[in-house]
Structure formats: structure tokens, C-alpha cells
Design a protein around this ligand. Structure first.
Ligand SMILES: [Fe+2]
Ligand SMILES: [Fe+2]
Length: 465
């Protein structure tokens, strides 16, 4: 994984010529400029790259983005990639400072890679030793793989323990459904103002997840805590400074995207656009997100090489937890599409707990799916709340009578006969995907693990032809 070079001292760091500086400001790309006013102190420039994290490029089989940060602008920021120690390919690096911190974030996207192939990468800049790592592109065809699914991590002891758990479980990717670092603790509610913001939390979070995220992609989307006050109209500028998602989402909404790994299509949605509960960004995409979602679902469902469709977004469509319960906005807009195109699994966070529904159609259970069940996911969609990745848990489920938040924030009581399993402790979801073989249907074996690795839920979703 990443090498940690010795911490440089002022005696070991070559001084930086005054002309190698970054032009700062939100939205600024990498610009070498001449400005004696922005001279970079040598000690700062020498800091090693931090918070290295991977995200698939536009095609997960052939493209990867490597991202990292430095405390300030640095000279000769460089990313090299190759199949062996020779590396061989120099990747253009785009760097940008943020509006909220002096930290500079660097992104290099490489295209034209071979599917299912392990690559080495090396990050360097003037005055610091190399940081190296490896990644593997998505395979060309279906094969067994594992992904982690969770949200609501933050920076805390439980989250750090979960990163260790994820490392031990060796998933091929993580699918992270928002509320990432909690730099803005108001979470889109407007409460707290500036006093609720600590943007250095982004860097602490990226360092916390680095052992995993520098080795396998962390495919993230936005929660209500990514709607940061002062970070652009939608509040997403801070997130987008740090994450480069595949560029195949809703036009004008780079927080949305899809990718294919083996026989699974993943779709990342912006739940904030459809939330009745926290309505700061509700409706900002008009009908565009729903139209994009339907086109994507139609296309994926028509493909013979794709068995499962997994959709991720932050707000809960079905959850009994009394803190946020279920969001009628997401439910109203997307449930008909999930039903029509037979989505297999929906991953949500937001409620800091674990919950799984029976497979549902039009909100009604179609199959019983208690712990250990094997169900045919062609019959109904399973909704997962996986919001227990680190932030303080929400201990109280309202089952059998909880509520759904409707337009205007009105809480409408409802019976929760759709709920199969609730568990209000910290947890991470892992899904083992097994391809079809002959007449044997494809399977997704979902296991939810508590922080200490104890199994708290297991279910198998199978899908034949
Ligand atoms: Fe949260
Ligand atoms: Fe949330």
C-alpha cells in the first residue's frame, strides 16, 4: 500500500523556487503562475501526499481516478501508473484548492486500462518522497466479488474500527451512501451557521479511510451533511473538490453516476433532490434525475450480462428508526421505477442503525425474508438502511408503527409490516456477489457485521433468468 517516507525536516527539504505556486480559490484548476505574493514555505511543500483515495473513472473496467491532498500548493505534482514497477504512464494531474481550507486536492484520471488488471501507481511532488499503491480495474465479465455498503461514518473511534474491519474483509469496492465526514454538522438544516463547520474534518476523514480507499475505490454519493453552508448554491462544492465521480450522471449533477462491476450495475442518486424531510435541495434537478434514472434502469435491465441492479442514495425509503424514519419524497418519486425495472437492492443511510425490509412491491412485502432467508429478488426490491458506519447510533426503532415524512415535513404514521430485521448498533454491510453458472441463479449474499465482526444479519438475494 502507500509508503510513508520519513517526515522531512527543514534541513532535508530543498527550497522551492518562488514561481512554483498555485492560483487558489474555489474552482481554480492547476495553474502554474508567477506570484511572489503566494510563495509556498518549503516545509509545507515537502509534506507527503495525504488522504489518497480511488474512484472509478467513466468506465470502471478501463479507467481510474487517483486523488490525494497536500496541506498547501506544491510543485511538480505527478502521478505515474503502470502494470509493474516500471510504471511507464504519466497521468495529467489537476489540482485545486478549496474555498474552505488551504489544503490542495489533486486528481489524476487514467483511461485506456485493461479490465481486471492490477496496476501500480506512484504519487510524487517536489520535496517529498514517493507515495505508492496499487489498484485493480473492474473485470470484463462476471466473476465473484465483494462490495461494502454503508453510510454515516464521520471521524470517530467506531469509524476507525470500521475501516479496519473493511480492510480485513477485503472488499473490491465500497459503496458509500452519504454523510461522509460531517464537516458541516448542521446537515442542510441551516442550524448552527458557521459555528457548526469544521472543514478540516474532510482531511481527517480522508486520512482515516486511506488504508482502504487508496487500495480499492470508494464510490460515494452525497447525504444531507454534504450540503455545506457557504460551499456553493447546493453546498456540494466541498464534496466535489475532493471527489471526481464518473461523468455519466444527470447533466449538471456530478454527484450522480453509474458504473458496472461484473454482473452488477450500481446507480448513485442524489437523495437530497427528492427528500421531503430535509428540503434544502429538494427538486433542484426538476424531472432530470428521474428521467436519467429511468433510462439507466431500462438500459441495465436490458443487458444480458447484468443480473443485479443496486441503487444507492442517502435518505431512507423504508426505515422504522424514529429519528428520521422513512422519506416519502424518495419513495414517491423512485419506488415506481424500482418496481418497474425490478431493482434488486437499494442501499440507504441517514438513520444511524441497521435495517432491512422484506422484498417489496408497491410498499407491500411479497416474500418473507427473515435472517438467513434466500429470496428471489425478481419478486421484490430489498431496502437496506446501512447508516451505522460510525456516527452515534440512533437506538430506537418505532416498529411496528413508525412514520413517513411527507411534503412539508408532515409525519404520517404508518405500520411497518415491511420491516424484516432491525439492529440498532454500529455495523457495516458486505455483499458477496456470485455469478450465474448454468442453471444456478446469480446470488448476492448480504452479511451485516457489527464492529467486532459479529454477524447481525444475513440474507441471500438470488436472480435467475
Ligand atoms: Fe448521518
Ligand atoms: Fe443524514
Amino acid at each position: 500500500m502507500t509508503d510513508t517516507p520519513p517526515v522531512p525536516t527543514e534541513h532535508t527539504v530543498p527550497s522551492l523556487p518562488r514561481r512554483h505556486v498555485l492560483v487558489g480559490g474555489a474552482g481554480a484548476g492547476l495553474v502554474a503562475a508567477t506570484s511572489p505574493m503566494l510563495w509556498v514555505p518549503p516545509a509545507a511543500a515537502a509534506a507527503r501526499p495525504r488522504g489518497v483515495h480511488l474512484v472509478y473513472g467513466d468506465n470502471a473496467r478501463t479507467s481510474m481516478t487517483v486523488s490525494w491532498s497536500t496541506p498547501r500548493s506544491v510543485a511538480k505534482s505527478r502521478l505515474e501508473i503502470g502494470p509493474d514497477r516500471g510504471l511507464g504512464l504519466r497521468v495529467p494531474v489537476r489540482s485545486r484548492s478549496t474555498k474552505d481550507l488551504r489544503t490542495v486536492y489533486h486528481h489524476g484520471t487514467v483511461e485506456g486500462l485493461e479490465p481486471g488488471t492490477r496496476y501500480r501507481y506512484r504519487i510524487t511532488h517536489r520535496g517529498a518522497g514517493a507515495t505508492t499503491g496499487t489498484f485493480t480495474t473492474a473485470p470484463a465479465r462476471a466473476e465473484r466479488f465483494r462490495f461494502a455498503a454503508f453510510g454515516d461514518m464521520g471521524v470517530n473511534a467506531a469509524a476507525a474500527a470500521h475501516v479496519q474491519l473493511i480492510d480485513a474483509m477485503k472488499p473490491d469496492l465500497s459503496f458509500v451512501v452519504g454523510d461522509l465526514c460531517y464537516a458541516d454538522s448542521a446537515g442542510g438544516t441551516g442550524a448552527g451557521g458557521d459555528t457548526s463547520q469544521d472543514f478540516a474534518e474532510w482531511d481527517r476523514w480522508l486520512r482515516q479511510i486511506e488504508t482502504s480507499a487508496a487500495r480499492v475505490p470508494w464510490m460515494t454519493t452525497v447525504g444531507n451533511h454534504e450540503m455545506e453552508e457557504g460551499n456553493g448554491e447546493l453546498g456540494y462544492a466541498g464534496y466535489l473538490d475532493r471527489f471526481r465521480n464518473p461523468r455519466n450522471g444527470v447533466k449538471g449533477a456530478p454527484v450522480t453516476y453509474s458504473f458496472v462491476y461484473g454482473n452488477v450495475a450500481f446507480i448513485a442518486l442524489d437523495g437530497n433532490d427528492a427528500s421531503f424531510e430535509i428540503s434544502r435541495n429538494e427538486g433542484y434537478l426538476g424531472a432530470a434525475q428521474d428521467q436519467w434514472l429511468e433510462r439507466r434502469l431500462e438500459r441495465f435491465r436490458a443487458r444480458d450480462d447484468i443480473d443485479f441492479i443496486v441503487v444507492g442514495f442517502h435518505n431512507c425509503m423504508y426505515c422504522t428508526n424514529l429519528v428520521h424514519a422513512s422519506d416519502g419524497g424518495n419513495r414517491t418519486r423512485w419506488e415506481p421505477l424500482f418496481d418497474r425495472y425490478s431493482v434488486d437492492l437499494v442501499v440507504n443511510g441517514h438513520n444511524h442503525c441497521y435495517e432491512r425490509t422484506h422484498p417489496l412491491r408497491a410498499g407491500e412485502p411479497v416474500v418473507e425474508a427473515r435472517r438467513g432467508a434466500v429470496v428471489d429478488s425478481r419478486k421484490g426490491t430489498t431496502y437496506l438502511t446501512a447508516g451505522g458506519a460510525g456516527q452515534a447510533v440512533y437506538p430506537t426503532s418505532g416498529a411496528p408503527v413508525s412514520y413517513v415524512v411527507m411534503d412539508g415535513g408532515v409525519r404520517v404514521p404508518e405500520t411497518t409490516h415491511w420491516s424484516a430485521v432491525t439492529d440498532n448498533q454500529h455495523s457495516i454491510g458486505f455483499v458477496d456477489v456470485v455469478p450465474r453458472r448454468g442453471d444456478r441463479p446469480a446470488r448476492m449474499n448480504l452479511t451485516a457485521l457489527a464492529t467486532d465482526g459479529t454477524v447481525i444479519d444475513k440474507v441471500t438475494l438470488k436472480r435467475g433468468r
